[in-house]
Design a protein around this ligand. Structure first.
Ligand SMILES: N[C@@H](CCC(=O)N[C@@H](CS)C(=O)NCC(=O)O)C(=O)O
Length: 209
């Protein structure tokens, strides 16, 4: 692939944004990063971001003049375009399945529970529902990781990046990773990848509180 100008619009508290930035870091893809303040109403966010963000959300990756939305679709695009983090050849369908599972399961339950417990409460009933769903999701992952080092073969892939992204903030949702030892060991393997950084460090650099 020829060199492109790449800008990632993200937010320091957004696990979906972190997924994309981490993939760029692990693949050593040069990019600019623009922090979007999500506390601002959508219409008050910077015009270049609003023009690029079809769904009004972060992350958005602008490649030359083309905006790409939806974190897992962006990860898939990076893997396809750069031939990086795609998973072993026989495991590509498994990667796609995990990306779809993430969108509706742990990429939904965990960020929403964390947001409710850490930022703006949605009430005890909603939190109980989200926590039950999150515990189911963690049980699925825990069982899977008893069998394998990474989700799609012996090498880290965009599936691992996507599913692990919000787990670094599990304690913000009121749960302790020590209760899921296989997941904890998998997170340690991901954290050992060259270029890896914790989201609090990677997403907060140079950004005012
Ligand atoms: N399905 C989307 C979810 C993106 C999303 O939920 N973004 C949140 C931050 S994590 C956001 O931009 N919220 C602010 C808003 O909706 O105005 C993805 O995977 O990219």
């Amino acid at each position: 692939m020829t060199m492109s100008n790449i800008t990632l619009y993200g937010n320091r508290y957004s696990g979906h944004s972190y997924k994309v930035r981490l993939a760029l870091m692990l693949a050593d893809i040069s990019h600019d990063y623009a922090h979007i303040d999500l506390a601002l109403p959508r219409e008050a966010r910077p015009e270049d971001f609003r023009a690029a963000s079809r769904f009004g959300e972060v992350p958005v990756l602008v490649v030359d003049d083309t905006p790409l939305c939806q974190s897992n679709a962006i990860l898939q695009w990076l893997a396809d375009s750069y031939g990086v983090l795609a998973g072993a050849l026989g495991e590509r369908q498994r990667v796609r399945e995990w990306l779809c599972w993430e969108s509706n399961r742990i990429g939904m339950s965990l960020p929403n529970l964390r947001a409710s417990r850490g930022f703006q409460s949605k009430g005890a009933e909603v939190e109980a529902w989200l926590e039950a769903r999150l515990r189911d999701d963690l049980a699925v992952l825990e069982a899977e990781l008893a069998e394998r080092r990474y989700l799609a073969g012996d090498q880290v892939s965009i599936a691992d990046i996507s599913l692990s992204a919000c787990l670094w903030w599990l304690s913000d949702a009121g749960l302790d990773i020590a209760d899921w030892p296989n997941i904890r060991a998998w997170l340690a393997r991901i954290a050992a990848q060259p270029g890896w950084q914790h989201p609090d460090a990677l997403m907060a650099a140079d950004i005012p509180d």
